[in-house]
Every structure is written in C-alpha cells, then in structure tokens.
Ligand binder design. Structure first.
Ligand code: PLP
Length: 423
C-alpha cells in the first residue's frame, strides 16, 4: 500500500487498485463462468450458447483447404473481397438489404466485435442507448466500454412482447442508438413486423441509429420468418446490421462476423475494427465464403432440426416442473423455477450443477436489475441428441431439488468439483 490519499471509490470488483474504473464496472461473463463450472463438475453444459457438433463438412473442408493454400497472414482489414461479396449476396437473398461490398461491409471477429465496434463508432460518452431486456449479457460491458448510458425497455413475460409505451417513453433527444436482438437471446422472442415498424418510426422521429444483432436469423420456428429492420422503408440509412457464422453454421470458434452499415458508419466501424483486432481469421473468412453460399435446403434443415430439439427439450422441462414460454427462435429456453424453494437464480443454478450435473446460466445476468431475472435460469438446447438425452434423464430427477431450503446439504448423489475452481 502507498501512503497516498485514496478517493472515495466504490469497492473494487477486482482487488487491484491499478485496474481501470471502466473494467471495475463490469463483472466476469456469467455465461463463460458457468462453462468453467460445468467443466469442474463434469456437468452437461447447457450454459454457453454453442453447439457440440461441427459445421457442415463442405465448410470444414474449405477451412482446411484455405489453411493449406496459404491464407495464414492478415487479410484486408475489413474482410476478404470474396467474403464481403458473399455477405452482400446473402443479405440480398435473405434480408432484402442492398449493400455494396466496397462501401457497406465490415468483417469482424464475430458479432461480438461488430457490436463493440458499432457502439464505439456511434456513441459518445453519456449518450443513451436503448436496450430491450432481457438482453445478451455482452451488451452491458459494450455500453460501459463505449461510455453509453444503457436505457433498458422491457420485453414483457410470458410472451416477451415489446412494451410499446415504455419504448416510446424511453426515446428522447439523448437517444443515440437502440440495440435490437431478434430472434432474442435469452427469451427466444422473434419481433413482429409491427414491433419492428414501431422501432423504425421512433428511430426516424428521433434521428436514432439502430444496431441489430441478427445472429439467430435462420433459427426461427413454426413457420416464422426473420425480418431485418434495415429492410424497412428508410432504415437502411440508419441501421447497422450485425451477423456472423457462429450460430448459422455452428462455427462459434471461428470468430467471423460482420456488419452492414451506411457508408459513413461503415467507414467508422472499419477504423474501430482495425485498431481493435486488425482483421478476422483469414482462413476462416475464406471458409465462411463457402458457408454463405450453401443452398436453401441447408437453412430449412437447420431450422427444422433445432425445432425438433426445442420441442423435445421444452416437453422435458414441462414434465420436470419448470415453467417456460416456448421460444419462437434462437436456441435457448428461459425457465421459471418459482415452484422450487431457492432464494435466487444463482443458488438454483448451483444446485442444478452440483446435484443434477446440468449447467445453466442464472437469469439475472440478462437483466439490468438482477431481481427481474432472479426466478429464471437459461438452458441451451443446441446440442446433439445424445447430449440432450443425458440432460433430459437428469432433469427427470429434478424433484430432488424440491426439498425445502435448510434441509438440503451434502447428499450421496451430490457432485464434487473435480479440482479447485480456478480464479
Ligand atoms: N449475439 C448474441 C445475441 C449471442 O447470443 C451471441 C452468442 O451467444 C453472440 C452475439 C456472439 O456472436 P459471435 O460468436 O459471432 O461473436
């Protein structure tokens, strides 16, 4: 310790006075933390949103070929020409978005970096950014890093519709941007044309930029169609459309995403992206180009396969006593454990790992006010049928967690961590 006078600061979330106030303001990702806990307990990992199966063989072979053929150095900072052209073609084919590969497209290290670069490009410290909630947990730290003041607007359970009145009230002269994630992680909600039209009208009225995270666009159920906000009249000029290969092609480790934006914003994004990461992995950009050219049948089979998994998993949750709204898209279920005697989501999630060997994400990590998510845990069902079989068999024992609090404790079937938790 130094003898220097200390200013009154909130307690440090990382106990090191050299760490910036900015980073002290956001926690470790709960999603990634639960994955580590899953590994420690040998649990089925239904926490982090990645499939436990590979991308299509044709796409895998393209990646192997690209590595062998020398795509091992930096690519053009904002993406290979081939991938940018493939993104333009796909956006025209599926989204009704017209873009120019030279002016409007930026390839990034996943949608994650695209969102960070978009926020840094649009937001000045103190600007407000509207974020419908529950929301993907990364948006919180994205707001902190860019200096945005996040303004949450509820998606209302049980059907998670957008609260139109609260949305209208949230818009003001201070609103710089709105983040729209449909299909939504974690609620599974797919916004309707009417909801998107309301957002478009409000963006127009308040000269607001829409940043859309459409990473689950092809994972929609029961005949629904994903609609891109940028395709609505007038919205192409004020929308940054974010997407990537992670979910559609089961390639979360490849770290290839992109943004399509009006020319001025795209130029800004290219700058932010250049100094954040230089470029996305070159060989995987080459392979992504092949992925984006897959035929229509690939996409219909993807949605159909996930719908089958959804139906099985939701049935299993219902028969084990967990309430949930059937997701309309994406591959998550937000389950309500109110019938179980646990004070909060973290204690229920830990009981699920320790006693049943299933890892989930505590619901509070998707809400600005943790108490709003305290009766939910999120399950991922993007898993092989055999993995889901194992999880469903364990869920059948969920009644073991109904014992009143205080009488639980170590029991014969209780799992022990395999090693000390790394910290
Ligand atoms: N956006 C949403 C809504 C997500 O759920 C996720 C991952 O779970 C991502 C972005 C991350 O995408 P990427 O892997 O392309 O960075």
């Amino acid at each position: 310790m130094t003898g220097r006078k200390r200013s009154a600061r909130p307690p440090l979330s990382i106990p090191d006075r050299h760490v910036s106030a900015r980073v002290q303001r956001f926690p470790e990702s709960v999603i990634r933390e639960m994955t580590r806990i899953a590994d420690l307990y040998g649990a089925v990992n239904l926490a982090q949103g990645f499939p436990d199966f590979d991308p299509p063989k044709k796409v895998l072979r393209a990646a192997q070929r690209a590595l062998a053929d020398g795509a091992n150095q930096y690519s053009v900072t904002w993406g290979t020409v081939g991938l940018r052209e493939a993104i333009v073609a796909k956006a025209r084919r599926f989204n009704g978005i017209e873009a120019d590969a030279e002016k409007n497209v930026v390839v990034t290290c996943g949608a994650t970096e695209a969102m960070m670069a978009a926020m840094l490009s649009v937001v000045d410290p103190g600007d407000e950014v509207i974020v419908p909630e529950p929301f993907y947990e990364n948006y919180g730290p994205d707001a902190v890093v860019s200096g945005a003041r996040a303004r949450p607007v509820p998606l209302v359970p049980p059907d998670w519709h957008l609260d139109a009145e609260r949305l209208k009230q949230a818009f003001s002269a201070r609103t710089k941007a709105i983040v729209v994630n449909s299909p939504n992680n974690p609620s599974g909600r797919v916004l309707t044309k009417e909801e998107l039209a309301l957002i478009a009208d409000l963006c127009d009225d308040h000269d607001t930029v829409a940043i859309t995270d459409e990473i689950y666009e092809h994972i929609v159920y029961d005949g629904r169609r994903h609609l891109s906000l940028a395709a609505l009249p007038g919205m192409a000029d004020r929308t940054i459309t974010i997407n990537g290969v992670s979910k559609t092609y089961s390639a979360t480790g490849w770290r290839v995403g992109w943004a399509i934006a009006p020319a001025g914003l795209a130029a800004a994004l290219r700058r932010a992206h250049d100094f954040l990461t230089v470029c996305a992995p070159h060989a995987f950009q080459v392979a992504a180009e092949v992925a984006l050219g897959l035929p229509e049948t690939y996409y219909t089979q993807l949605a159909r396969g996930y719908q089958r998994k959804r139906d099985r998993f939701v049935r299993a949750l219902a028969s084990s006593g967990l309430g949930c709204t059937v997701p309309e898209g994406a591959y998550y279920v937000l389950a309500d454990f109110s019938e179980f005697p646990y004070p909060d989501d973290r204690s229920f999630a830990m009981a699920l790992v320790e006693q049943l060997g299933i890892a989930t994400v505590p619901g509070s990590s998707f809400f600005s006010r943790p108490s709003n998510g305290a009766r939910y845990v999120r399950f991922v069902f993007a898993k092989r049928d055999s993995t889901l079989d194992g999880a469903i068999a364990r869920l059948a024992e969920l009644d073991r967690l109904r014992e009143p609090r205080g009488r639980r404790g170590s029991r014969p079937g209780q799992r022990r961590p395999r090693a000390r938790r790394p910290r």
